[in-house]
Design a binder for this molecule. Sequence first.
Ligand code: 2IT
Length: 446
Amino acid sequence: MKTTEIMAGLQAKYPGEKEYLQAVQEVLESIEDVYNEHPEFEAAKIVERIVEPDRIFTFRVTWIDDKGEVQVNTGYRIQFNSAIGPYKGGLRFHKAVTPSMLKFLGFEQTFKNALTTLPMGGAKGGSDFDPVGKSDAEIMRFCQAFMLELWNCIGPDQDIPAGDVGVGGREIGFLYGMYKKLAREYNTGVLTGKGSTWGGSILRPEATGFGALYFTSHLLAKAGKSIEGKKVAISGFGNVAWGAATKAVQLGAKVVAVSGPDGVCHIPAGITPEMIDYMLVLRASNKNVVAPMAEKFEGVQFIPGKKAWSVPCDIALPCAFQNELSEADARELKANGCWCCCEVSNMGCQPEAIHFFQNNGVLFAPGKAVNAGGVATSGLEMTQNASHISWSAEEVDSKLHFIMKNIHEQCVQFGTQPDGHVDYVKGANIAGFMKVARAMLEQGIV
Ligand code: 2IT
C-alpha cells in the first residue's frame, strides 16, 4: 500500500470532500509502514475497504417553523464500519454539515471506537439544520421530522446514534420520543446520551470532557509533569468544553479561556464553578455566543473575534470544531508558552498545526484518543440498557478512567519511537487500525 496512490484514487473519486480526504490521509500516513509488514492485509484489500463506508442513508427532512413556513433540510446516516460491533456514533446538527464532514467523522469514529476496548463499529450522521436562533419548539419539530426517516435505519443492535455538535440531551429526548412512537420499541437501547431517568448513563454528559482530562493526566505523567496549577485554554463552551473545564478545575488546573464563534472570554484568575454552570445556559440559549459570560461575571474579559489560542496558557484543549486550530495558532500558542495540546474536538487541529507541535517540542495527542471517553461511556450506557440496570456515578467514573488509561497505554505501545518519545498520532491510528483490520480479515471478503 502506498498512501499517495490510495489518496490519488480517492481524490479523483471524491473531489472536494476535503475533510474526508484529510482524515484518511492522516490515518494512512501513520499506518503505512505497519500495514506493509502484513501482506495478508494487502491481499484482502483492507485499506481500500476500510476507507469506504458500508452504506450511506440520505433523506429529506421537511418541517414547519414557528412562522408557519415550510423548511427543507437534508439528513444523513453513514454506517461506516461494523467489523467489531454495531454501528455507533453521534449525530451532528450544523449548517455546514455535508457528506464529506460526516464521512470524516464516521471514519475517525471507527478507529476511536476500536480504541475504547468496547465492541462498537463506526458511524456518524446528522443534518445541515442550523440550531442557531431556533426556538425549542422548532428544535423539537425538526428532531421529530428527522427521526421520521432515521428510525428505519437504526436499532439497539444495529446502529446506536448519540449526540455531537448541535445535539445534546434536549435533542436526544425529542429524537427518542419519536423513535419509540414509530418503532414501538421501549427498551431504551437505541440512542445514548439519554436522560438519567429514562435509560441514560450517569456521567454521559460529562464523559467526553472528563475522559479527555484523564487522558491528559496520563500523558503528562508519562512526560514527568502534572496538570496541577497549570493554565489551560479551552475553545468552545458546549457540552465537551463544559466537561473539560469541570474536570480541569477538579484536578487543580486554572482554566483561563473559553471561547465561541464570536470571540474568547479571557479569565485571568481562572474559571469558577458558577461560570462553568453558565456555559450550560449559553448552550441552551441557541445563540451560539460566549460574550454574555463577560457581562454576567466580573473578572472575565471578552475579546471579540479572537480565538482561545491567543490567551497565554500551558495546555491547549481544542473542544469546538474540526480544523479550529491552524499553524498560525500553534505558533502563537508556542510563543506564549504553551507546551501541550490535547485535541478534544474531532480533527480539531489542521495537519500543519500538528506537524508544528510535533517538530517544536509541544506534546500533542489526537482527538480519536483524547475524546474517546464520550463514546466509551455511550458503550457503558448500552451495557446498562441491555442488562436493565443503572450504575452509580462512581462505577461509571472508575470504568471511564480505566478505559482512558488503557487508551493511553495503547498509544504508548504502538506509538513509541526508536528514540523513546511517544508519537500519539501514530500510536492511536495504528492501535485502532490493527484491531479493525484484523477483525475484517477474520470475517472474510464481505
Ligand atoms: O465524536 C464522538 O465520539 C461523539 N460525538 C460521541 C458518539 C457516541 O456515540 O457517543
